[in-house]
Ligand binder design. Structure first.
Ligand code: NAP
Ligand code: BGC
Ligand code: ZN
Length: 374
């Protein structure tokens, strides 16, 4: 079968041949249909995040998948059912641990998990994958074309659940929300705030000139575009309004600290980005004081568990098709796989390697690879 693999830090994703995997007891065999690409995939490709399974110099990419059960292998799943796999698995050699037993692998510390397609385990960009049946979340047939969005939406379900939980000790009625980052995670979260969560006032930060398709999505959703080159995050409270909730999805490390100033009293910021090391100066005393005297909270959030995938499936069903069509700018078969990785294609072209054309889409937002039709 064909799969898409990379040598992290040293290569570009390429199509490789691998044997079709055999499901072990408790596993089902899944025919993969579509797999989304996100910012984490680029971090894995450049070698700044994640890593290969022990003893392998390449990693099969992909952690945002939807597929169809090909062989239920005696599990409770049904053949022909569409499923979305969760990402974390117990570390190599371990069958489980307390986090997996509790259904909370997303809360496991480093060393207690691997992540398929990201860290220490091959991912879902392959024609077939196997997975324990309890890590495969069934979704309705009509959602299957967008099923690769369940995983990223589940990331926001978890982060916002944890943000709300930090405010659960008092009567909190948030009305304003700011999303930092107009990538695919940011835009999906803007759609959640304006659509399913019903926030009155939603803002989204980027650093792009108009016209830009991500700004069109923001405005079509009734949210306000904020350009960080004109209004730094630390000035948003005065230039726009103080925010009850901030969702950081830029991976730009200063935003974690600048968010403290952008929050309203009693507000909470969820941090999602995974930046590299970066030393810079902050006025720690003032920020500490600001957090304390205004009851503000910062919460980091990573990954998601089955409950978040189930919530995400409901959210996905409620998001209008035209919004999803605007966010997903391209779904490409294996014959055009380079177009599913537009940042790589652009970098290769810019470096003068090979004859890669620039991608035709103007500024793609979310792309996916199609392995089998839905
Ligand atoms: P992405 O497509 O790279 O999006 C990041 C966006 O932030 C880009 O559109 C970028 O703008 C924008 N941005 C970066 N710095 C900015 C600045 N200073 N001012 C304004 N905009 C800025 O990535 P993604 O897939 O949406 O994911 C977002 C982040 O979340 C990544 O760091 C990713 O690793 C992380 N993530 C974390 C989790 C988790 O579980 N915690 C899950 C998924 C993703 P340009 O494109 O114009 O440069
Ligand atoms: C994935 C998560 C994962 C995180 C950190 C994200 O892109 O969606 O499932 O836990 O990266 O590796
Ligand atoms: Zn991801």
């Amino acid at each position: 079968m064909k799969a898409i693999a990379v040598e992290p830090g040293a290569g570009v994703p390429e199509i490789v041949e691998r044997p079709v995997p055999e499901p072990a007891t408790g596993d089902a065999l899944v025919r993969v249909c579509r797999v989304g690409v996100d910012g984490t995939d680029y971090e894995v490709i450049e070698g700044s995040h994640g890593g290969t399974p022990a003893g392998d110099d390449r990693l099969i990419l992909g952690h945002e998948a939807v597929g169809i059960v090909e062989d239920a292998n005696g599990t409770s799943l049904e053949e022909g059912q569409y499923v979305v796999p969760t990402v974390r698995r117990p570390p190599a050699g371990a069958e489980t641990n307390e986090y997996f037993e509790r259904g909370e692998p997303d809360m496991a510390p480093e060393g207690e998990y691997v992540e398929r397609g990201i860290l220490g385990a091959h991912g879902f960009m392959a024609e077939y994958v196997t997975s324990p049946a309890d890590s495969l979340v069934p979704i309705p047939d009509e959602l299957a074309p967008w099923g690769f969005l369940v995983e990223p939406i589940s990331i926001s379900e978890k982060a916002l659940q944890h943000a709300r939980a930090t405010r659960s000790a008092f009567d909190w009625e948030p009305e304003s929300a700011l999303v930092l980052g107009n990538g695919s995670l940011g835009l999906l979260t803007v759609a959640m705030f304006t659509t399913t969560l019903g926030y009155d006032r939603v803002y989204c930060l980027g650093r792009r000139d108009r016209p830009d398709p991500s700004i069109d999505v923001i405005e079509r959703l009734g949210a306000t575009y904020v350009d960080s080159r004109e209004t730094p995050v630390s000035e948003i409270a005065t230039a726009y309004e103080p925010m009850d909730v901030i969702y950081e999805a830029t991976g730009y490390a200063k935003h974690a600290f600048e968010s403290i100033d952008a929050l309203a009293p009693n507000g909470v910021a969820a941090l999602l980005g995974v930046p590299g090391d970066w030393s810079f100066e902050v006025d720690g005393g003032r920020l500490h004081r600001e957090l304390v005297l205004h009851n503000k909270a910062l919460v980091g959030s990573v990954n998601s568990n089955r409950t978040h995938f189930e919530a995400a499936t409901e959210t996905l069903a409620a998001l209008p098709d035209e919004v999803l069509e605007a966010i997903v700018t391209g779904i490409y078969g294996l014959d055009a796989v380079d177009r599913a990785f537009p940042e790589i294609t652009a970098n290769v072209a810019a470096a003068g390697h090979g004859s890669s054309e620039r991608v035709e889409d103007d500024t793609p937002i979310k792309t996916a690879v199609e392995f089998a039709p839905i």
